[in-house]
Design a protein around this ligand. Sequence first.
Ligand SMILES: [Zn+2]
Ligand SMILES: [Zn+2]
Length: 401
Amino acid sequence: MIDKSLIEDATAWRRHLHANPETAFEEKATSDFVAAKLAGFGIEVHRGLGDTGVVGTLKRGTSPAAVGLRADMDALFIHEENDVDYRSRVDGKMHACGHDGHTAMLLAAAGHLARKGEFDGTVRFIFQPAEETGDERCGGNAMVKEGLFDKFPVDAIFGLHNFPNIPAGQFLMRTGPMLASIDTFEFHILSRLSHPAAQYAVPDPLLTASRIVQDMHNFKARYLNPAEPVVLSITQFRSGDPSHRQGVHVTPDIAIVRGTLYTLNDAVRDAFATGLEKIVRHAAEAAGAGHKFQFERGYPVLRNTPEEMKLAAGVAQEIVGRPHVDAAMQPIMGAEDFAFMLGKVPGCYVFLSSGRPGEEAAPRPLHNPRYDFNDEIIPTGVRYWTTLAERYLKQAVARGR
Ligand SMILES: [Zn+2]
Ligand SMILES: [Zn+2]
């Protein structure tokens, strides 16, 4: 069992981290805090991977097997609207995704395993920066590229995220693709400023870009297998003089459009990367306008491996009971940079639900200024981590690893 005092400590750590949020690659005080706690438990600490990343290594016995448990530490650029005594002390920044809770739960698991863990092998506690960037410059990728798994090898890696959408105390996961890839794209349609009455003589970037936006949505509707889940969104469309000084009687010389793409299939990503470029090029050529197109790949599809998913589901069932574990959840079209780690080693990412009773009518979703990690799930999360690590290493020894 996990000591009650350790759970109380974890709750206090969570609130301390909540009050002191730090955003991508600036998690200096947070990583100091994490490193100090790990060292206090007698765990070997390595710092500096991905700038502010922290890796704790706990070895016991003689088995060469190693398992990695990962938490994320970064906050978001959101101004907190909660009125709690541990509310964010930093204007414009808050822990609105629960990474304060993820960090506190993994720290408590480290504390428990260091004091009372029954295992033969190595447990690595991986605290990563910058999960929220959405592009390849994220913390998970940074740690992997800087040699996380060469310097700290593991046979499998596991991740966990809180999930406030449904009442607390349930685990959700699946084998295979569970979360989407995220890519961003941007295109420019280039022309010259003109008089609206003489627009026929000059390509119209605004009209051309509008057509392209329609065609991009049509591409999804008519050129892809509809069984493939895809979310294409145009999120920015800028044209004309935003200062309004030019007034309404000047037609614009440029239209800039940006958007995002979420998919569960790499072939679909590739089809979009080439298809969208073609749509922009052809429409610009037809209009006689210039163009630029850029497709930037972000997080890959997050895929759980079958063996590790089975183990995670079994541990979850043991903790919350079989009816409270959905091991075949529908994939979610959001993205997670843990996918970079799962791209290198087998493993499993799970959701631990964290909704509060009575909030169904006015939910406080992730990335919301009124979101607050639900401390009630801390004991469940800590038990999941500690049981999972012990079980994984026990199975590895049984397999002769
Ligand atoms: Zn988030
Ligand atoms: Zn998150």
